[in-house]
Ligand binder design. Sequence first.
Ligand SMILES: [Zn+2]
Length: 168
Amino acid sequence: MPWGAPAQLTVPRSATLEDVERVLADRRSWIEKQRQRQVPRLGLERLAVTESDGRKRAREIVSALAEREAGRLGVAYRRIRIGGQRTLWGSCSARGTLSFNWRLVLAPPEVVDYVVVHELCHLLVPNHSQPFWSLVERHRPGWREQRAWLREYGPELLAFSPVSTVRR
Ligand SMILES: [Zn+2]
């Protein structure tokens, strides 16, 4: 179910109204908890961002960060891809392609910075093992805060749909 969309309940055709009421009663507190987590808090609905503008800006920001931080980490990447996955902030391929979600432009700068450094660290350690997190920790001691931000607000950001009008 997309973030922010109304809750949906799928029931067998044979279910009676009483069955449905009972399931709803059982799940009410869970549903309410989920709904509370899905109240828009970032003010994204006010943004008039087109996807092409967002992608362009994301490429600029992410490229500048990656270039600077790759030097500090002593790594080299092959290229940067800007994607629009609804589930992923960034990834790093074995061949050295770094992919980033363009919706990162809507996140605080320190969060974008963390995601870029995280992916660059994967060029040295391609998994989420202890050595990987030690490496992240060494370069970004405050990384837990950024990860917590992404866990808290990430779903709202990933659900953001850009305005579709073409700007003149
Ligand atoms: Zn990772």
